[in-house]
Design a protein around this ligand. Structure first.
Ligand code: GLY
Ligand code: MN
Length: 461
């Protein structure tokens, strides 16, 4: 849980960097999202910009700022009917202590805006404040002779994203707790998965262990793919039963106090890797270890990614899947047939955290780079994932244009024989420090021998 002084320090830093001398800024937490056709709501996620600056995560709330008066927190208090169905709402003393601001009822936001009539107005956080002001008990903005200045809003939002990159000690505490909960869940899966279990059963056990170990919720939809399903990057677990000889790919993370962890392990459904599974697993493992060792201040994340691509291409050449010089293969994006996504991303209040690309840079449209979500020099305090993978993805490999374009460098017969292989990904969460990288998830085994030792133990019982 953030200490109030840290939240105050964040707001002061951000306000200084905003450098505005007039106008108003509203940071919206977001309105609960109805489940269409029902009278229920999706689980509420406060917008990370609101959570970061307010230190709390209340729905339908607004943190307001003006350069003369500073910060004011408006929260939605429950109506008498709400109190019957959903309880008494937030404890205002606790909110005040966490936010270091005395919360005011949301009903007062309209008059706060009224006194800033005609001034520049920026809206950050959830854009639903602009789309549905009534949800925040506001009339249309035109009533205040103000229009939301989208350009100003985007500039101020960038400042918040940049501030969020380096984590403060409270954020790191939450991230270490999230990593520990994830570790417990993944370890349970590694120790207990058996052929005959379904992906869904494995997901349930894994997530239950997250919660038993302090997780508040999952940071994103857990990915549990067995056999060919491991090739679908964001796969939703099904009733498919693990079969002997399958690989199982689990990409799942717990969230604590709003902070995500994001962890992937791949292991054999049986007691040991079989055939080319072992070679490809070792290759991914070695690529990941080298990338982690290289995650140092000043290093461009894009260079780490490109080095990983080249190492994957070289390994695939050694295994007879690709032909040619590894750097030429990367230049042609041939590695991306098997490793289409980026090496990783920033991690924090969002799983793919804000500010991943340096200001002025935008993702390339090259096949081998378009899903690279981090393109910036690393700095101490940043937390990034390092998650190389190798997959046999029918949606890529069956494409006639690609088969033709890469016919000179791919052994397509060999690739087609691996059509049902699925995929391998290994992902850890890495804090950049002044010295060696600090791997928050280091205690979760990933070396091939360690994975096989755990898997063999699962069958010895
Ligand atoms: N954990 C899912 C992803 O990073 O896309
Ligand atoms: Mn990830």
């Amino acid at each position: 849980m953030e200490s109030a002084s840290r939240v105050v320090a964040r707001r002061e830093r951000v306000a200084r960097a905003w450098a505005i001398d007039r106008g108003a800024v509203l940071v919206a937490s977001g309105l609960p999202v109805p489940i269409a056709g029902t009278d229920q709501f999706h689980e509420f996620h406060a917008h990370p910009e609101f959570r970061y600056l307010a230190g709390v995560a209340e729905p339908a709330s607004v943190l307001a700022f003006d350069p003369t008066e500073g910060w004011t927190l408006f929260v939605r208090l429950p109506s008498p009917d709400d109190r019957i169905w959903t309880g008494d709402g937030p404890d205002l003393d606790r909110l005040a202590a966490r936010a270091a601001l005395s919360p005011r009822p949301l009903e007062q936001l309209a008059s706060w805006l009224e006194t800033r009539r005609g001034e520049p107005l920026a809206v950050l956080g959830n854009h639903d404040l602009v789309d549905s002001p009534a949800g925040y008990l506001l009339p249309p903005f035109a009533r205040f002779e103000s229009a939301v200045d989208e350009e100003l809003s985007a500039r101020l939002s960038w400042v918040v994203a940049e501030a969020r990159r380096a984590k403060d000690p409270d954020e790191l505490t939450a991230m270490r707790r999230a990593a520990a909960a994830s570790l417990a869940g993944h370890l349970l899966a590694l120790r207990t998965a058996r052929p005959g279990m379904t992906e869904r059963q494995l997901q349930i056990e894994l997530e239950a262990e997250f919660f038993r170990n302090g997780g508040d919720r999952t940071a994103y939809g857990s990915i549990v793919g067995s056999g060919p399903n491991g090739a679908i990057l964001h796969f939703t677990p099904t009733r498919r039963e693990l079969a002997p000889g399958d690989l199982v790919l689990i990409d799942a993370g717990a969230e604590v106090d709003g902070y995500a962890s994001d962890v992937t392990r791949t292991f054999p459904a049986g007691p040991a890797f079989e055939g080319i599974q072992r070679d490809l697993y070792r290759l991914v493992y070695e690529v990941q270890q080298r990338a982690i060792a290289g995650a140092r201040p000043g290093v461009e994340y894009r260079d780490l990614h490109l080095r990983a691509c080249e190492q994957i291409a070289a390994g695939l050449v050694d295994l007879g899947i690709l032909r040619g010089n590894p750097s030429d293969l990367v230049e042609r994006d041939a590695h991306a047939l098997f490793f289409p996504h980026g090496l990783g991303h920033l991690l924090g209040l969002a799983t793919h955290d804000a500010g991943g690309c340096l200001r002025g840079r935008s993702p390339s449209d090259r096949f081998g780079l378009k899903w690279l979500r981090a393109d910036l020099p690393l700095q101490p305090g940043y937390v990034v994932t390092i998650e190389p993978g190798i997959y046999f993805i029918p949606a890529i490999l069956d494409d006639p244009g690609r088969r033709d374009a890469y016919r000179d460098v791919v052994d397509w017969d060999r690739v087609d024989a691996l059509r049902d292989f699925g995929g391998i990904r290994i992902e850890d969460d890495v804090l950049i420090t002044d010295g060696a990288p600090d791997v928050l998830t280091r205690d979760l085994p990933s070396a091939p021998e360690a994975v096989e030792t755990l898997r063999a133990a699962a069958f010895a019982k």
